[in-house]
Design a protein around this ligand. Structure first.
Ligand SMILES: [Ca+2]
Length: 570
């Protein structure tokens, strides 16, 4: 697809609306051959613009979001995981919102960020004037959500997130109709947990779609209705013609009812894990009903949007994406996914032209789009060439990088008290990079163990994750902190502990400051209560916070859900 670029001298650059869905497969949209799902608004965007047939995202959420924001392969940007602090975009990355602000755009994000949980990494620190959303990989509740932030401040809301984010987006469009705006509407459907009003699900149960897929389709149809609402707003406000609308999903799907013959799903480097729907509409610039069969990628959106807005790209760093408005580049596309240290043992693939090499197989995507026939034995020279190209790329991506969480800032005035999340903890005695020999760990995800330690990290959702199963003296967990303001800190825990297990002694060391105490009973092991446990005096600087068991236990110390550090004085 080649269209004439907009002259940078144009007085008002076009608005940009970027709509992202979460875990919608290439096949989860009517336009791509799914006859069961009803997605008229998405289909209309495709019919009124260009539809990409081979559009690639990363196998999972945060990596794709990093590439969209920066135009770069995600491993360059600090992202290496979707949890454990590995979903943090480096502070020195340049986001597309930053570029657009230099051209006078108003920038808004409504939805899932997933590029930094702590304040320093929030969207308003990455050049979004306004954001309403959440920072982690998913929410526990779609209805009446309890994890929403408005420019970093917790807010309560009533209704379903898909409706709420659309309402915010529509208000943003109306409030900014007189100036160029960049709207990033990052829906979190149809990511689990599957919650939508029953009427949406029932529509698909009646068609014979199995329950889980009916819920996914229902969440997407509900989302589609909301996208329709937003598109009507653009029409009503007279903004349709001067607005580029981009629609895509962030990784492969998880539904199984219809898969368009693609192999694999979310988290896989097969086509089903990385091919996503992508449609662009720009009236008068993009020919309606265009189909583009070239291999394109989510990181291409950054240079595309920069070109449309007439903003120069950063010159001080490699930008891997290529504008979608230019003819298809001659390039390989690389995919890799590993929750810990990326390596040749990770789940990876390289695509160049018609060929695709995975860790163990070679495919001809033109003859075999379903990736059924392994050609590695027949075409060893092709496989070897792609292998070398992948190894060179991986070496470049990983050189000099440590794949570990960023330090949590403690003592910021705008994030006080600060929460220490169990998912950001490291279990001592293990490699701090959490190198995993076998790639993706099995569920439930556990941190690697050190020696005889039994400490466990249990993920039961971000609200309910815990550090537990600790019994031996020294068993514990660590966080890397950056104390930005020295002073007195109040320490608060949230944990669960059944009465018969109460009485264990804990020790919290933050640098040279130490606090000790006894675990009290709560109404149940999984019923968390909050306790003020004392005060610490902290010096400024980088430091390790470590909580541990001090005496041998028959029962676990507690199910630790949170630690808060609140600066209360000099
Ligand atoms: Ca996702």
């Amino acid at each position: 697809m080649a269209v004439p670029a907009v002259a940078a001298a144009q007085t008002r650059p076009p608005n940009i609306v970027l709509i992202l869905t979460d875990d919608q497969g290439w096949w989860d949209v009517g336009r791509n051959g799914n006859t069961a799902i009803e997605t008229p608004a998405m289909d209309r965007l495709a019919a009124e613009g260009v539809s990409f047939q081979r559009f690639y995202a990363s196998p999972v959420c945060a990596p794709t979001r990093a590439s969209i924001m920066t135009g770069r392969y995600y491993l360059r940007t600090g992202i290496y995981n979707t949890r454990f602090g590995g979903d943090t975009l480096d502070a020195n990355e340049i986001t597309i919102a930053q570029l657009l602000q230099t051209r006078g755009y108003r920038t808004g994000l409504f939805g899932k960020w997933h590029l930094g949980h702590y304040r320093r990494f929030h969207p308003d620190r990455r050049a979004f004037h306004r954001w309403v959303g959440f920072t982690q990989g998913h929410v526990e509740r779609y209805f009446h959500p309890d994890q929403l932030l408005d420019n970093g401040k917790p807010v309560k809301a009533r209704g379903h997130l898909t409706d709420l984010f659309t309402d915010c987006a529509i208000d943003f469009v109306k409030d900014n109709r007189e100036r160029p705006f960049f709207l990033y509407l990052a829906y979190n459907v149809p990511h689990s947990p599957n919650y939508v009003e029953n009427r949406w699900t029932e529509r698909y149960l009646k068609k014979g779609v199995p329950l889980e897929d009916a819920q996914i389709y229902g969440m997407l149809s509900h989302c589609d209705e909301n996208i329709g609402r937003l598109l009507r707003t653009l029409d009503d406000q007279g903004l349709r013609d001067n607005t580029l609308v981009v629609f895509l999903s962030d990784n492969g799907g998880v539904s199984k009812y219809f898969k368009a013959g693609l192999r694999g799903q979310k988290a896989s480097a097969y086509e089903g894990g990385i091919r996503v729907p992508c449609f662009l509409r720009w009236p008068g610039r993009i020919e309606p009903g265009t189909e583009d069969k070239s291999a394109r990628a989510a990181m291409d959106l950054f240079p595309t949007i920069a070109e449309v807005a007439g903003v120069p790209m950063p010159k001080d760093r490699p930008i891997d994406g290529k504008s979608l408005l230019a003819p298809p580049p001659d390039r390989a596309l690389f995919h890799i996914w590993d929750r810990f240290q990326p390596s040749l043992r990770s789940n990876w693939s390289i695509t160049r032209g018609r060929h695709k090499l995975t860790r163990t197989e070679l495919f001809d995507l033109e003859a075999d789009p379903s990736e059924k026939v392994n050609l590695k034995a027949q075409q060893p020279e092709v496989a070897a060439r792609l292998q070398r190209e992948f190894e060179t790329w991986l070496a470049e991506m990983t050189r000099g990088r440590r794949f570990e969480p960023a330090a949590i800032e403690v003592g910021r005035a705008d994030d006080n008290p600060v929460e220490l999340h169990p998912s950001w903890a490291i279990v001592p005695g293990t490699n701090v990079t959490w190198a995993s020999p076998g790639g993706t760990p099995s569920k439930p995800e556990a941190l690697p163990r050190s020696g005889a330690s039994t400490v466990n990290y249990s993920f039961a959702g971000y609200d309910w994750d815990t550090i537990d199963s600790w019994r031996k003296p020294g068993d514990g967990a660590e966080w890397k902190l950056n104390v930005v303001a020295a002073g007195r800190y109040r320490v608060r825990f949230a944990y669960g502990c059944r009465a018969s297990a109460a009485g264990g002694r804990w020790r919290l060391e933050v640098g040279r400051s130490v606090l000790e105490g006894v675990v009290l009973a709560t109404p149940g092991r999984n019923v968390f209560q909050e306790f003020d446990v004392g005060e610490l005096r902290l010096a400024a600087g980088l430091v390790i916070a470590r909580i541990s068991v001090t005496q041998e236990r028959k029962e676990e110390l507690m199910a630790l859900n949170r630690i808060w550090l609140e600066r209360i004085g000099r």
